[in-house]
Design a protein around this ligand. Sequence first.
Ligand code: GLN
Length: 257
Amino acid sequence: MSKKIATYLLLAVFILSLGLVGCGKQTNSSTAKVLRVGAETTFPPFEFQDETSKEYTGFDMDLARAIGKQMGYEVQIQNIGFDGLIPALDAGTIDMAASAMTITDERAKKVNFSQPYYKSGLSIVVKSSNAVINGFKDLEGKRIAVQIGTTGAEAAHKIKNAQVREFNSSSEAYIELKNNGVDAVVNDLPVNAYYLTKSGDKDAKLVSEVANSEYYGLATAKKNTELNEKVNKALDELKKNGEYEKIYIKWFGKKPE
Ligand code: GLN
């Protein structure tokens, strides 16, 4: 190739790339900013699909949308397995996880957590006829169903001689209990309570003991500290203007603790 042609080619590539950069800018400024939110959407009342509208609904979904609105973002929700949420944040395929995710030291090494937005704890569901399991100490040597990658799974694995079965969703764990495949389900208290009232499963009951206190946080990528600050600021504003309380009352029928 002659020097002259090579120079023209280089120039052409340069002009073309300028054009492309220009286009990118134009589309970005003409469309709304998007906040890609990930959630494992079979975790009512925090995230689940509305049967008729097929929309993702629940406390976290309302909160994520309100936070997005407060920050001037359009919120797009994606259903991702619970154990895939932190990897998705890492890979940059989502911007925020709003999935009833408990703030733990181990997770906090991998992601940034917002200020706590919900107080939770672990509890047990057993068959109504079960008179043996009345608390966590009674789970020794028992068969327990949990959701994979959760604090419930972690707690179950610590129980002596327990046979722990991990499922992709808590609904599958409840089905396993119904089918007598396990003796108990260990899961977040509000989700257990919601299951028992909404599913109409008269065959199961909640064990009164709540094992611990856990706090949910909204997770963002470790490197994106700016987004975490924005989320915290938006949460502060929603707490101040009454919107957070409104959403809380809508889903739990009482004021936040
Ligand atoms: N709060 C539990 C955890 O963070 C369960 C969350 C969930 O299953 N969505 O591990």
